[in-house]
Design a binder for this molecule. Structure first.
Ligand code: ZN
Length: 398
């Protein structure tokens, strides 16, 4: 085991038990709940051990500084601690642990950055608690107004402001304006690197993606007395629509998922009166995504006619294509001799990319699985990620 691999394992072991569910082996690290607060405490300790003062932005985001925070022209790296329900260990925390280890690498090799370097931890990236992904970075950059974020509520009715302990500060242009670039290291969320010799890749873009709600309405009735010919069963329309989404996505090389459904009255012996399904769709180009959702909707409407049901489609969120700074991506790919890949997953880096040159590094994930306990990365690949990040930070801060 190399020195760096051993150092990675040692630091990783400090946070590995925090928020892990004994049953699933996955993580329950929702923003500003006890496990995530423990991780934030760990972040403060790591910063303190390295003599890096912390600035909180009033929105729940933390920044630990190497160098003068007021000097400007700083390079930011980091990621998030929060997880989806029963999420994997690496999504988020890998970028923060790697950032601190990269600082150590730079210091050990005698590098003194010519510009300040900050390690960031963004709050509520997954949106698993308050429903809005990248909440912290959206607040910081002003993409989401503070008043709207303050009143977002979790499943127990606790508002974001209550969880934070105060009203969020909202846009802080004088703070993010101090950054000249942002690099987020993240576990790969796919298998593009699995069969290659490359442990690390550079991101080119985040695919446009969104969430759409399909409401199917029919007629609730008795399962034992309603003749098959007389039924207006929205479950049939729903089921057909799920299959259509899968087919239409495959035809376009896109992704479509229905991972959430609610049924009324949700009784074994009742034909449902209403079924709601949420479609998550992603594609390489905005036109492909629009075409996909339209095709699924058309199929749903056609089927509803046959089933005697009704269907309505509501767009709940849409995130446009994020092209990372091409010059920066090419420069880092050349520096690391790494492949360049797009991703279908959203990140804080996608939000910040609208404001400053931003790049992402992906660390190989042999299972390709993410948002699940099966998410994985070897210690050797994580160490390679740290080494790559250290090289990138040395390059960007010189
Ligand atoms: Zn993430």
């Amino acid at each position: 085991m190399s020195d760096l691999t051993a150092r990675f394992r040692k630091l990783w072991d400090e946070i590995a038990p925090i928020g892990r569910d004994a049953g699933s082996g996955g993580y329950l690290r929702y923003a500003l709940t006890e496990p995530e607060l423990l991780l934030r405490g760990w972040f403060r300790d790591q910063a303190e051990q390295r003599g890096m003062p912390i600035i909180e932005d009033g929105n729940g985001n933390l920044f630990a500084w190497w160098g003068d925070p007021d000097a400007g022209d700083a390079v930011l790296t980091g990621s998030h601690f929060d997880s989806v329900p029963h999420g994997g260990a690496y999504d988020g925390p890998l970028g923060i642990v790697s950032a601190f280890l990269a600082v150590d690498e730079l210091r050990e090799s005698g590098v003194t950055p010519a510009r300040p370097l900050a390690v960031g931890a963004f709050v509520e990236e997954e949106g698993a608690r308050f429903g809005v992904p990248c909440l912290g970075s959206r607040l910081l950059t002003g993409a989401l107004p503070a008043e709207r974020a303050a009143v977002l509520r979790d499943a127990d009715g606790v508002s974001f402001a209550e969880a934070l302990g105060h009203a969020p500060a909202g846009a802080r242009p004088e703070l993010w304006g101090r950054f000249r670039s942002f690099v987020e290291l993240h576990v790969e969320q796919g298998r593009a690197l699995a069969d290659t010799v490359a442990p690390v890749a550079v991101a080119s873009a985040i695919w446009p993606h969104g969430r759409w709600r399909f409401d199917f309405r029919g007629e609730g009735n008795h399962a034992g007395t309603t003749r098959m010919a007389d039924r207006r069963d929205p479950m049939l329309t729903y089921a057909f629509t799920v299959l259509a989404a899968n087919k239409e996505a495959r035809l376009r090389g896109a992704y479509a998922t229905v991972g959430r459904v609610s049924v009324e009255p949700n009784a074994t012996n009742a034909i449902p009166s209403r079924v709601t399904g949420w479609l998550d769709a992603r594609a390489a180009e905005p036109e492909i995504l629009t075409g996909l959702v339209e095709a699924v909707h058309d199929k749903a409407v056609e089927r509803a006619r046959r089933d005697g049901t009704a269907v309505t489609l509501t767009e709940e969120s849409a995130t446009p294509l994020v092209a990372f700074d091409g010059g920066l991506a090419d420069r880092l790919a050349a520096l690391l001799d790494a492949p360049v890949l797009p991703t279908g997953a959203g990140h804080d880096a996608g939000v910040l990319a609208g404001h400053l040159p931003t790049a992402m590094l992906f660390v190989r994930n042999p299972t390709g699985v993410s948002h699940s306990p099966a998410e994985s990365a070897t210690d050797a690949d994580c160490a390679a990620g740290v080494a790559a990040l250290a090289r990138v930070l040395a390059e960007l801060t010189c």
